[in-house]
Design a protein around this ligand. Structure first.
Ligand code: GAR
Length: 202
């Protein structure tokens, strides 16, 4: 089974969905640790309750972004993960960081990328008058929410939707989509090659 470290900043519901999926005997990956940039992230307690090792690296405890990332990279060296899943990790990783784990970092984003990278995606989708919204799991590259897409799931935008109502509908499909995408990567059925997602048959 592939060794996975999940990065979080908040409630960790996607981390939990990955950890629950990984409890199945036939799932090709295990969650070996959770790393947070917030000491009080709700997801830390959820991970601990499942017996998953947790780490908090709080940005203000470090003099610079570089020192913060160096500390996280050192922890990763000890954990030697095969795959890193960003799950509501609200910090942009540097090119240096990403190049150390090239092609092995994936992220979930609550929009149908390339639409609405960044924050406040649900309000923006509603204001744009779109009939559909959704989530994307993609390989992480240096640009924010820009890497090649592995899987997307659509949901309808309903008349009278508030950003919160739409967020809840999207979050439900995030919890299904992220484990499916992790399975594809862990089974080597997808990889990033030349800035694109390549599907490997068989
Ligand atoms: C999720 O909706 C995730 O897609 C989003 O944050 C939420 C985290 O929820 N991520 C981003 O916006 C990244 N740009 P969770 O902590 O309950 O998984």
């Amino acid at each position: 089974r592939k060794r996975v470290v999940v990065f979080i900043s908040g409630g960790g519901s996607n981390m939990l969905a990955l950890a629950k999926a990984a409890e199945a005997a036939d799932f090709p990956a295990e969650i070996i640790a959770v790393i947070s940039d917030k000491a009080d992230a709700g997801g830390l307690a959820k991970a601990e309750a499942l017996g998953i090792e947790t780490f908090a690296f709080v940005r203000k405890d470090f003099a610079s972004k570089d020192e913060h990332e160096t500390a996280i990279l050192e922890a990763l060296d000890a954990l030697s993960p095969d795959i890193i899943c960003l799950a509501g990790y609200m910090r942009l990783l540097s090119g240096t960081f990403i190049s150390r784990h090239e092609g092995r970092i994936i992220n979930i984003h609550p929009s149908l990328l390339p639409l609405f990278p960044g924050l406040d995606t649900h309000r923006r989708a509603i204001e744009a008058g779109h009939a559909t919204a959704g989530c994307s799991v993609h390989f992480v590259t240096e640009g924010m929410d820009e890497g090649p897409i592995i899987l997307q799931t659509e949901v309808p935008v309903l008349a009278g939707d508030t950003p919160d109502a739409l967020a809840a509908r999207v979050l439900t499909v995030e919890h299904q989509t992220y484990p499916r995408a992790l399975r594809l990567l862990a089974e080597d059925k997808v990889r990033m090659d030349g800035g694109k997602t390549v599907r490997v048959e068989g």
